[in-house]
Ligand binder design. Structure first.
Ligand code: DGJ
Length: 726
């Protein structure tokens, strides 16, 4: 079993196929962290409790005489506030007396097979009890009587764990949770680099790496959304860690609102990693008898660099996060009208898209923004989810019927969390948006965010969406979210609960997504937020794919898709061929193939030659679908690092097939450029379907390919497919 408890030594050991996580109940019931890293067979780590007798100015526990035990220098699982540990705490609770001294100690534990869901929140799941094992540790602050439950679930085969925390108030007094991180991981060294993903609209998830410095380094969001600017992902890696070598610890939060990934290096040389709800914008009143669940965090360890870390995240998410029909069913190749028409379309025009798309072999037409209310531009109608029949030239039922008759599936766009200032809904209910009563509301894209902390608001919006989805034949929904929250307040919440708005709103979003996916299990849901502004694991729990970026330029997409792939699988990345001009259709197709694949242009404008390319691309999509969607990704040349080329490959689990893709960004300085492939079976022989030659896996991985033999001009690209023959 992956979770061991040594009663005598009071040690917990959580093993996966390649990692060990070890903690110990120390004197006075402190829950101390001892080790996280490459798998080790034993756990004789008693000397790893850092006594810190010389930790000047650090308070000691008076009941541990002689040991010099200072909370300020020890490594902990769930460190509290204002009780002698001066680093950022994992938890801070303001008790009924008004102070925030918080000190949770071990009180008991249980171990069981499988994993429990979190009520009302997304989390990873087990398909069978053998998939994982869970340790629940009960902690108590004996002074206030407040309890905490720490959940550790070990996915043994995958070198991955999930962590979360629930706070329970069994007392008769209300308290305030002022900080609640979902995971704390105390390392006893600071010899690491920190990796995070930053960006903005059109430039999401760019990789950033820098050595840890003494002090606090963090990334987070205060936007009410995970956001374009930082992703709820962070990694701690050795200074010498590369794609294929060295320690890599990856952390990802299953949450779509304000988060923080916080790494603090203290003066004693340790590094504390915290991940969870951003405490800067959070405060939660916990009344007697109530409990609060913090979102789940995922931890992945790789001893073989970032590549293996990513592949572990991908497998974990494909098997234990993504759900529903389209977990296994092939996703339709769609054409979306947004980049071609904006809101300036008619039903007739879209039917020509559908007709052309069908001729080319595509599967689905998606009607984007502009089909409802009086929405001809972005100034109005969000919240008025009533079909504009004048624009469509018929009812939606008739329109979807026509699309289906052409032989395509039909998808539709919504932005369910928003309300336009110019909308019937806003005129009727000006207090239904997130706002501070009496204070001017900031506007963005002419819209406000609906107050999803309110059930009446959610019920109203969902009833409109449900009506449209029930009365029409709809196969796909694109769920958009085009602004962040400001003046976060709610007309219904009491003063004590106002700081709960951000969290309550995201719980409201999860509620509607849950209703939608439960009521319409056959609908494919794709998330979107001005491109990839809400690309996080929580959204993947509801929608198996997320529009990766509004930037569809294939060269720009390279760094976006490379960054996204650090923890998110190819099958989750919405990637389309567009009319962008920086590269030809071949390269646009090759880049979009690394994703859910589709088109975002006017198909009436294709030349005959382009039509043939598209037909070929659709064939390739089908041919390589399993390999890309379920295979292992190997990043070979990082476009940001190299500046000249990008290259990657997918290899199936049995190592019988491999697809290699290379995109030329600009001419390489040296004429000679050999590239070693990865992930193949060194003892097998592969035929390259492009030139018919046979190579051993060992040759391809050691001698490599001579890239100078292939296209080398800016914007050109090529693919090579290898199939095992012996
Ligand atoms: C932002 C999305 O990213 C686009 O794809 C498109 O759906 C627009 N919103 C529509 O307003």
């Amino acid at each position: 079993m992956p979770i061991l408890f040594d009663k005598e030594k009071q040690v917990f050991k959580l093993d996966t196929s390649s990692s060990s996580y070890i903690m110990r109940i120390y004197k006075e019931n402190y829950l101390c962290h001892l080790y996280y890293g490459a798998k080790i067979p034993d756990y004789n780590l008693t000397d790893h409790i850092f006594k810190g007798g010389f930790a000047s100015f650090c308070p000691e526990n008076i009941n541990i005489p002689g040991a010099g035990f200072s909370p300020g220098v020890c490594t902990f699982e769930f460190p509290g506030e204002n009780t002698g540990d001066f680093r950022e705490s994992a938890v801070s609770i303001r008790n009924a007396d008004g102070n925030n001294a918080t000190d949770f100690r071990y009180a008991g534990h249980i171990i069981y097979s499988g994993k429990k869901p979190i009520d009302g929140m997304p989390s990873l799941y087990s398909e069978s009890p053998e998939d994982c094992e869970t340790l629940e540790i009960e902690m108590i602050d004996s002074f206030t009587g407040i309890k905490a439950v720490l959940y550790y679930t070990v996915f043994e085969k995958l070198s991955a764990m999930t962590r979360r925390v629930a706070i329970v108030n069994p007392t008769d007094k209300s308290v305030k949770i002022e900080r609640i991180y979902s995971l704390c991981c105390d390392f006893n060294t600071r010899q690491f680099d920190m990796i995070s993903l930053y960006g903005r609209w059109l430039k999401e998830r760019t990789v950033q790496r820098q050595p840890l410095f003494v002090g606090t380094q963090s990334v987070g969001s205060k936007r009410g959304s995970s956001g374009h600017y930082r992703n709820p992902f962070g990694a701690i890696v050795g200074h010498d860690t590369t794609e294929d070598y060295g320690d890599a610890y990856g952390f990802n939060l299953v949450y779509s609102s304000n988060f923080k990934f916080n790494v603090e290096v203290d003066g004693h040389g340790g590094a504390r990693v915290l991940m969870g709800i951003n405490p800067d914008t959070f405060n939660w009143q916990l009344n007697p008898g109530d409990s609060f669940d913090a979102p789940e965090a995922v931890m992945v360890y790789s001893a073989n660099g970032l590549g293996e870390m990513s592949r572990t995240f991908h497998r974990l998410y494909l098997n234990h996060l993504i759900r529903g029909k389209y977990k296994h069913v092939k996703r339709p190749v769609l054409i979306n009208n947004w980049e071609a028409t904006g809101m300036n379309f008619t039903g007739e025009k879209l039917l020509t898209f559908a007709q052309r798309a069908k001729e080319l072999g595509l599967d689905m037409l998606v009607m984007d923004d502009g089909w409802f209310g009086a929405r001809d531009d972005d100034t109005s109608s969000l919240g008025d989810w009533v079909v504009n029949e004048e624009k469509l030239g018929c009812t939606l039922k008739e329109f979807t019927h026509k699309v289906h008759q052409i032989g395509l599936k039909f998808g539709i766009w919504f932005e369910p969390e928003m309300i336009s200032r110019d909308s019937d809904l806003y005129r009727a209910h000006p207090d239904w948006c997130v706002h501070v009563p009496g204070r001017e509301k900031s506007i963005a894209r002419h819209q406000y965010v609906l107050d999803y902390s309110r059930k009446d608001v959610r019920d109203h919006i969902y009833s409109m969406i449900k009506k449209i989805l029930s009365e029409n034949e709809i196969d796909y929904v694109k769920w958009d979210f085009n602004r962040n929250l400001s003046e976060a307040g709610s007309a219904l919440l009491s003063n004590e609960n106002q700081q709960e708005v951000f969290h309550r709103c995201v719980l409201g979003t999860y509620d509607i997504m849950n209703r939608l996916t439960t009521d319409f299990p056959d609908i494919l849901l794709e998330n979107c937020s001005g491109g990839g502004g809400r690309f996080d694991p929580a959204m993947l729990y509801y929608s198996p794919q997320i529009w990766c970026s509004d930037n569809t330029d294939p060269i720009e997409r390279l760094s976006i898709q490379f960054g996204t792939s650090l923890c998110y699988p190819a099958s989750t990345m919405g990637a389309h061929v567009s009319a962008s001009k920086r590269a030809g259709y071949e390269t646009k197709g090759n880049v979009a193939l690394w994703g859910t694949f589709g088109y975002e242009l006017d198909p009436n404008k294709f030349t005959d030659e382009e039509k043939e390319i598209v037909k070929e691309q659709i064939k390739e999509y089908h041919k390589y679908y399993d390999l890309i969607h379920y295979g292992d990704l190997y990043r070979l040349i990082d476009p940001l690092e190299s500046g000249y080329k990008a290259a990657w490959m997918f290899v199936d689990e049995e190592k019988t097939q491999a697809l290699f893709t290379c995109v030329v960004i600009k001419l390489y300085e040296d004429l000679v450029f050999y590239l070693k492939l990865k992930g193949l079976d060194k003892d097998a022989y592969y035929r390259c379907s492009q030139n018919g030659e046979v190579y051993s896996g060992a040759l391809l991985m050691n001698a490599g390919l001579n890239l100078s033999d292939y296209p080398n001009t800016d914007g050109e690209s090529f693919k090579l497919f290898f199939e095992k023959i012996s």
